[in-house]
Design a protein around this ligand. Sequence first.
Ligand SMILES: *[C@@H]1O[C@H](CO)[C@@H](O)[C@H](O)[C@H]1NC(C)=O
Ligand SMILES: *[C@@H]1O[C@H](CO)[C@@H](O)[C@H](O)[C@H]1NC(C)=O
Length: 218
Amino acid sequence: MKFILVFVCLLGLSLGASLKRTPKPCKSPALMTGAFTFSTQNEAAWLYAGYEYDAFQQRMRIYETGYINNQSVTYDFLLHYAQGVVYQIDSKAKTCTKAPLADKFLPLGVPTNATLTGQVMLGAGGPGEGLLVDTWHGYLEGLEYYVTVTEFGCIPVTELVRTKEFGWVILSYFNNVQGLIDPNALNPPPYCPGQAVKTQGRPMDFFSVVHKMKKHTA
Ligand SMILES: *[C@@H]1O[C@H](CO)[C@@H](O)[C@H](O)[C@H]1NC(C)=O
Ligand SMILES: *[C@@H]1O[C@H](CO)[C@@H](O)[C@H](O)[C@H]1NC(C)=O
């Protein structure tokens, strides 16, 4: 709810903001490491997760924060879009399952046919301070979305997507850095089923993966 309010404020502010340059749809850096929160319209609980993202090979790892530095976290997913598989990894028990991944890879950033809804300066102080962000609106695969990215660098800030299963879902990105901090995290660990092994279970997509994780950690 808080995120929705913040977002509405952003929209309101943006109406009054003057455009300093004409924003263009953009792609986020192809390699990124960071964290995001995930919440849904109808539930109070939310999730804070770390991620690594590789648009070149269409791979994404999502894990509870703390996983990289301390092995105590065991709830963890690796999404390989090109192969259409999602690995659920328990690094403590060294077990791994392989399920079908149903959705297409959608690169982070702003689709080329999105419409600009506004540009605002976040946390603005004096000249040259604050963060200039652009908010865009559109539809992808039939789903309505708003996406906010930084004007310089096209780093994701917030995504709102209206899903069929969960209503509006809100992703807010934090601590993004360009590049991969642990490139090996995008390969399945050796104890995962190999390429020849068939996937098992129901097909998942990005939102069902994150939602499953959220239920587990809430
Ligand atoms: C990892 O977490 C455990 C407890 O969950 C703790 O005992 C251990 O000291 C931690 N290790 C590091 C390297 O922080
Ligand atoms: C933009 O393109 C996507 C797929 O490429 C499509 O699903 C969507 O309907 C298009 N229109 C808008 C306004 O986003």
